[in-house]
Design a protein around this ligand. Structure first.
Ligand SMILES: C[S@@+](CC[C@H](N)C(=O)[O-])C[C@H]1O[C@@H](n2cnc3c(N)ncnc32)[C@H](O)[C@@H]1O
Length: 388
């Protein structure tokens, strides 16, 4: 496909997304209808669609319309490219600009529009991040790095880098964590590489890895990953060796791939249904990687930024409170309760810990850390608490 045809396809997919369809679903639908497209076309289309979704508001201002065509026009203008070279109407290209379109479009207004944030969220971001808010919003406008975690149970960073290089994947150690590698070239080959298939590396965000470095992991005893999901944190904790790692999720189906992932990584992780928790307790460490707005990771999932509502945020905070309360009951007397989110919002982070400690005065915070989204990873929050 020509660059102009890719642009036209992206405009079509974006119109479906703006009409309410999930971006992944719209992209799959397009690929099914477009058998002529190769893997390079699909990847380029995906990049165009997600680039536009990250910057939907500012691009619509520049392009003069909140439509697929308006967003693509805004993207070209933002990149200083001449729309007339791509919107030619020839072949599969979009039709040429109309006189009205030439007049339409303006620079986005400073503040939430230029920062690609919903208006209601902007004050919360300022309250949470202070003078870092605009910088964080800017980071969330561009693509996230592809980060790998070296599985220390199977390899050291040098061995992992050498194995990746055999498959043409060029990565380098990243200062965010001793286990972190940032992929430069060959990111799309990772999932088929020997290093990945043999469990030398896992795909894991850099800040998530830094969180693991920060956690007070017990040398022996038992750890519970209370909100395990696909098990990324369970795997990272198990790779450190020592304590026995157990994984739980309110939706056990989310952990369905965990046994295979653990086998590939050469570690043991026991999954627990909710009914089995009480019998397996107490745990020396309970990690709650709680469901959240995902605001620290909106580079990867930009639709979340536009779909979040004040009401949903209130609901999420209530879920987070419930999780902390339930998990606290599973911690051993001298154990640690750890609470993490991939959100940058104070409401979901410091405010939840404050609410928990106020309702449970026998608990105190022993450590807290925030990571802003940046070149090494997503925004992340980690607080650790102990009883007494
Ligand atoms: C942020 S995700 C976890 C990501 C995962 N730890 C990882 O590293 O890949 C949050 C998970 O919490 C689970 N969850 C939601 N409410 C829960 C609850 N009340 N108890 C336990 N898990 C819950 C969700 O099903 C979801 O899988």
């Amino acid at each position: 496909m020509t660059p102009a045809a890719r642009l036209a396809a992206a405009a079509q997919v974006l119109d479906q997304v703006l009409a309410g369809e999930a971006a992944e679903k719209a992209l799959i639908g397009w690929a099914r209808r477009s058998r002529f497209a190769g893997s390079g076309d699909r990847a380029a289309l995906r990049d165009l669609v997600f680039d536009a979704l990250r910057r939907k508001r500012s691009l619509a201002a520049l392009g003069g319309a909140m439509t697929g065509r308006g967003l693509m026009l805004g993207l070209l203008r933002a990149e200083g490219r001449d729309p007339d070279t791509l919107l030619t109407g020839q072949g599969h290209a979009l039709p040429p600009l109309t006189p009205d379109e030439r007049q339409a479009g303006r620079p986005p207004a400073p503040g939430p529009e230029a920062s690609d944030m919903p208006d209601w969220l902007w004050p919360l971001l300022l309250d949470s991040l202070g003078d870092r808010a605009a910088q964080v919003a800017t980071v969330l406008q561009s693509r996230a790095p592809v980060m790998l975690r070296v599985n220390l149970a199977k390899a050291n960073p040098g061995q992992a880098l050498a194995a990746l290089a055999e498959d043409g994947i060029i990565a380098e150690p990243d200062p965010v964590s001793g286990t972190a590698l940032k992929v430069g070239d060959g990111a799309r080959k990772v999932a088929q590489s020997r290093a990945y298939l043999e469990g030398l590396v896992e795909l894991q965000d850099g800040s998530s890895q830094a969180t693991m470095d920060e956690l007070s992991l017990p040398r022996d005893g038992k750890i519970l990953d209370f909100c395990a999901g696909g098990g990324g944190k369970s795997l990272a904790m198990a790779a450190r060796g020592g304590a026995q790692v157990m994984a739980h999720d309110i939706q056990p189906a989310r952990m369905k791939d965990l046994p295979a992932r653990a086998a590939r990584a050469g570690v043991r992780i026991q999954t627990l249904e909710t009914a089995a928790l009480a019998q397996a307790a107490p745990f020396d460490l309970v990690l709650c990687d709680a469901p959240c707005s995902g605001s620290g990771a909106w580079r990867r999932a930009p639709e979340g930024k536009w779909d979040l509502t004040p009401q949903r945020l209130v609901e999420l905070c209530a879920i987070q409170d419930g999780i902390l309360k339930q998990a606290a009951g599973l911690v051993a007397p001298q154990g640690v309760l750890a609470y993490a989110t991939c959100s940058v919002l104070r409401d979901e982070n410091e405010a939840r810990i404050a609410a928990f400690v106020s309702a449970h005065p026998d608990w105190r915070q022993i450590a807290v850390r925030r990571w802003d989204p940046g070149p090494s990873g997503d925004g992340f929050f980690l607080a650790q608490l102990r009883k007494g």
